[in-house]
Design a protein around this ligand. Sequence first.
Ligand code: GDG
Length: 457
Amino acid sequence: MSRLVVVSNRLPSGSTPSGGLVVALQDALADGGLWVGNSNKLTDTPADRLTRHEGGKFTRMSFDLTEEEQRDFYLGYSNSVLWPLCHDRVDLMELLPQYLESYRAVNKRIAKMIARELQPGDRIWVQDYHFLSLGHELRQLGVTQPIGFFLHIPFPGPNAFAALSHGQEVCRWIAAFDLFGLQARRDVSACLQVFRTAKGAELLLNGRMKLEDKIVQVASFPIAIDPEEFARTARNAPTAGLDDAAATIIGVDRLDYSKGLPQRFRAYGHLLDAHPELSGQVALLQIAPPTREAVKAYQDIRDELEQLSGHINGAHATLDWTPIRYIHRSVPRERLAGLYRGARVGLVTPLADGMNLVAKEYVAAQDADDPGVLILSKFAGAAEQLFNGALIVNPHDIAEMAEAMNQALNMPLGERRERHQSMRRVLLDKDVAWWREQFLTALSASWQSSQPQMDPA
Ligand code: GDG
């Protein structure tokens, strides 16, 4: 068995796995696998070797960043260039030359450190947008093992991509991988379109692209959860925290501008305006833990939401009813599962989203005999899989979203069951083990096909 080497920004903790990705990959890492990630410790002088951490079922090694790299590589290029670019917010991109330089340099340094640890049969699986140039850097160092990449966020279309003046270089980064995995079919199509615009690029058959002498396979692998495990957690979880008197509509999102929270709050306000009979009968519970607070766009969205929730509560609240409970804090996972199960409606309405695991968790957590209704944005990757069971909405259309909430609140039991069953089937069919195996099998296949053919004689 060849060893799996995973690279991601977050290094899993050595104790019980909680993050979805760790759960997804731990089986494949069981045979002495290695996970490389950010130590989350800033340093003045970065070491030239990875630091080994004790504990856990697989080897964990980390790298440090300097304060400058945290600003330019992490908050800068990763989260103020690539994140807005991939979420259709070119207007929020900060194209500073030092960001790109730092991104190149950090990936180069990490590549060097990883290359020192590699063994001949290793397979390398790079996770997400922080490490787009890592495959290229590893190849420059002569690494010949299979290198796959998975992008957790959407791939931008050619128009947005044109806002990167170094787009050709980014295409070269992508071409250095054997497999470039994306969440949804729409992302594969965007990626192929972008490649078509690269100088010297050739589109081959079946999602293979060639640039200079490199061939990369592009394909979609919709990320998933373990639905049975999540359902068990939800069944055993406390439901305290739900409003007993009112039907709860729940939203759970990192506080990010891509998640469409202001539009969602406005739609809820619209629902209350249009349906005064719902006064005291419905409650929106929005959990939105903070992230990337050092980036200005994240401070702005926080201010906007505080204002909006205050405004809606001010206009509609009564002495014994608060229409919106907005919680800007993280809630333990078990608690979350119980809240999903107790909520009549799950509201997942991002403006752009790679997949959106909250949608899948909400469905998994429901009681199949009396399930709640999922309202899902057409811009979430999950919509490609859950369109049969969810109420699909356009998150820019406030009135449409409000009407979907009203429809969900009034949906008869038979229809709720039918819709839930169809989504549950997808979740069971394509769970997280399926996701991992599909990717790793495709990685082996695309690497094999790029190897020089042995002469049968
Ligand atoms: C990126 C892509 C893609 C949220 N609040 C709390 C909490 N969460 C958990 C949810 C869920 C996860 O965080 C969020 O995952 P999403 O998929 O919804 O979104 P992103 O964080 O933006 O993730 C996304 C994903 O990567 C995976 O590829 O689906 O499109 O943007 O699991 O439950 N968990 C706890 N407390 C909280 O308050 N415990």
